[in-house]
Design a protein around this ligand. Structure first.
Ligand SMILES: [Zn+2]
Length: 375
C-alpha cells in the first residue's frame, strides 16, 4: 500500500484531518521525487510557478456490479456516500447490452449528481469474477458468461473520459470494510461475501492480495471436500457450494427429496425449486428443524474455510457480509465452534470473526477506495 494511505488502516477517526494530511503528504513526496505528474501540474497557479495549492480533492464514484443489482454512489474522499442509486441488473439481452446500459447509467449519474465544476472525478468498479488487473480483462464472471475474456477496462475507458479502475467485487467489499467498516484500523484481515456465490478478499500488511495476475484471494474456491458437489468453477467441494445462497437452496432440495423441510416447501407454495435461500432463512426463523440444520451445517463448512484462512494468513479479523450473512445467528455458532476446535493455538485467541458494518454499501465504498488510491 502507498504510504499516504497507510493511516486509513490505523483507525484515524479525524477524516478532515486525514484529507489535508493526505494532500500535503502526496505533494511533498512528488516534490522530493521530482515527478512532473498530472496532479502536480494541475495544482500550480498560472504565473506563480512554485506556489503550491492544496490539491483538488477527487470526487469518487463507486460502482458495485452484483449478481442481481447494480449500485452506484458518489463517495467523498473521507468515505461518505451523499448520493446513491440501485437498479436491477438486466441480463435479458446478454452481457454486452448490460454493459452498454451500465455505461449509459453511469454517464447520467455523473452528470446529474456531480455538477459541472468537478475537475477530478475517478471511478472504481467492483464486479464479480476473475479480473486480470494487469490487462483490465474480465477473465471469467459467474453473472456474465458471454463476456469471458472481455476487455472491460478498455471498453469502459473508451466511453467514459474519467479515470476508471476495475476490481473484483469481493476485494472491493473487503477494502470497503477496511476503510469505513468492521475492519477499520486492521492491517491483516480477510473479507468474505456470502451471496449467490462466495467471494473473498485478503489484506496483508494493509494491502489487498492480488497475486501474479490480479486474480488471487478466491476464498470461495478453496476445496473443503474433493468428492463434494460440483462447483461453478469446475471443481468439486469448494467452500462456495456449501456456504453460498445456491448451496443453501441445494441442501433444501436434497432435504425435500427425503421428505423433510415442510415449512421450507410451504415457502415455494409446494414447489421446492422456487424456494430462495432467503426463504430457507425465514423457515429457520420459524423454527423449521431442517432449515435450522441446513444453516448449522453451512456454518460448519464456513468454519473449515475460516480455519484454512486463519492458518494461512493469521488475520486479526475476518469480516463476513453478503445476503446470506443476514442469517448470522443461525450459522455463526457452528462456525466459531469449528474455528476453536481446529485452529492452532496462538492464532485462534487473536482472530475476531465479525459481521459487516457497511452492509450493502461496502462494495460502493471499496470500489471508490480503489479509485482514491489510483495515482
Ligand atoms: Zn469452486
Amino acid at each position: 500500500m502507498d504510504r499516504q494511505y497507510e493511516h486509513i488502516f490505523t483507525g484515524d477517526s479525524d477524516h478532515h484531518g486525514f484529507l489535508s494530511h493526505h494532500s500535503d503528504q502526496r505533494f511533498d513526496s512528488l516534490d522530493q521525487e521530482g515527478v512532473e505528474g498530472r496532479n502536480r501540474k494541475d495544482t500550480r497557479i498560472p504565473g506563480h510557478q512554485g506556489i503550491r495549492m492544496v490539491a483538488m480533492e477527487p470526487l469518487l464514484i463507486g460502482v458495485d456490479v452484483g449478481g442481481t443489482n447494480i449500485r452506484m454512489g458518489v463517495v467523498t474522499p473521507d468515505g461518505h456516500i451523499p448520493k446513491k442509486i440501485e437498479y436491477p441488473m438486466d441480463m435479458s439481452r446478454g452481457g454486452l447490452a448490460m454493459m452498454e446500459g451500465l455505461v449509459s447509467r453511469l454517464q447520467d449519474f455523473i452528470q446529474q449528481e456531480t455538477g459541472r465544476d468537478r475537475s477530478e472525478i475517478r471511478i472504481g468498479i467492483g464486479i464479480a469474477g476473475s479480473i486480470d488487473m494487469k490487462r483490465g480483462l474480465l477473465v471469467t464472471s459467474p453473472n456474465l458468461p458471454d463476456l469471458h475474456g472481455f476487455p472491460l477496462q478498455a471498453y469502459l475507458q473508451e466511453r467514459i473520459s474519467y479515470p476508471i479502475i476495475i476490481e473484483n467485487d469481493a476485494n472491493a467489499f473487503t477494502l470497503g470494510e477496511g476503510w469505513k467498516g468492521a475492519a477499520k484500523g486492521s492491517r491483516h484481515y480477510c473479507g468474505i461475501t456470502l451471496g449467490t456465490g462466495v467471494g473473498g478478499g485478503i489484506v496483508v500488511e494493509g494491502e489487498i492480495l492480488h497475486g501474479s495476475e490480479g486474480m488471487g484471494g478466491e476464498v470461495g474456491h478453496m476445496v473443503l471436500n474433493p468428492k463434494g458437489p460440483l462447483c461453478g468453477c469446475g471443481g468439486r467441494g469448494c467452500l462456495e457450494v456449501y456456504a453460498s445462497g445456491s448451496g443453501i437452496r441445494r441442501r433444501a432440495l436434497e432435504a425435500n427429496k427425503k421428505g423433510k423441510g415442510k415449512k421450507i416447501l410451504k415457502k415455494g407454495r409446494g414447489d421446492i425449486k422456487k424456494v430462495t435461500s432467503e426463504e430457507v432463512f425465514e423457515a429457520a426463523k420459524e423454527g423449521d428443524r431442517t432449515a435450522l440444520k441446513i444453516f448449522n451445517e453451512m456454518g460448519r463448512y464456513l468454519g473449515l474455510g475460516l480455519v484454512n484462512l486463519i492458518h494461512l494468513f493469521n488475520p486479526e479479523k475476518i469480516v463476513i457480509g453478503g445476503k446470506v450473512s443476514k442469517a448470522w445467528d443461525y450459522f455463526i455458532g457452528s462456525t466459531t465452534e469449528v474455528v476453536h476446535q481446529r485452529t492452532m493455538k496462538g492464532q485462534r485467541e487473536k482472530v475476531q470473526i465479525v459481521q459487516t458494518e457497511c452492509g450493502d454499501d461496502a462494495g460502493i465504498l471499496g470500489a471508490a477506495y480503489v479509485a482514491l488510491k489510483l495515482e
